[in-house]
Design a protein around this ligand. Sequence first.
Ligand SMILES: NC(=O)N[C@H]1NC(=O)NC1=O
Length: 178
Amino acid sequence: MGVVTKEQLAGMSYEDFIQIFGNVIEHCAICSAAVWAKRPFYNLKELHSAICTFVDELPKIGREGILRLHPDLAGRIAELGRLTSESSKEQLSAGLNDITVEEKSVLQALNDRYKSKFGFPFVICARENKKQAILSGIAARVENDKDVELATGIAEVKKIAFYRLLDIVEHSDEEAKL
Ligand SMILES: NC(=O)N[C@H]1NC(=O)NC1=O
């Protein structure tokens, strides 16, 4: 995908917008379809902040649904090679392709425990966390209560979205800081 200039972003048609930004929130094109109504966006931060506001204004079950759209890290969908290209790249950057059999079984057991406790999967920004940080992160976070984990998971989704936008929209060094 080529880099979208700020001028292109500001004048983009709905069809291009949904095609280009439809997976900024994993499997949740409705986020981009909705925020298109808030155009024009003159830079990456404006678009990111509109997406974050839309997510924050969803009812609790909607925010839980957003988390549920995320694939497990090193989970079955990854094993089957059916991740989105974005998620695949993120899991690779965390080193999850180099996971040992033992680490994978620990992570999958914790993913299952987390999901059965909270009803949504463990979500963490894989571009900010390497394999060991993911393993220690899930072990600690599974002990939290559900409201804390909903808020933490949604904060991670916003970081994931920010990095996805950085890959798409032209930006200055200053704008690249989260
Ligand atoms: N479960 C989970 O955190 N998945 C995600 N994290 C990330 O950085 N990309 C994903 O798909």
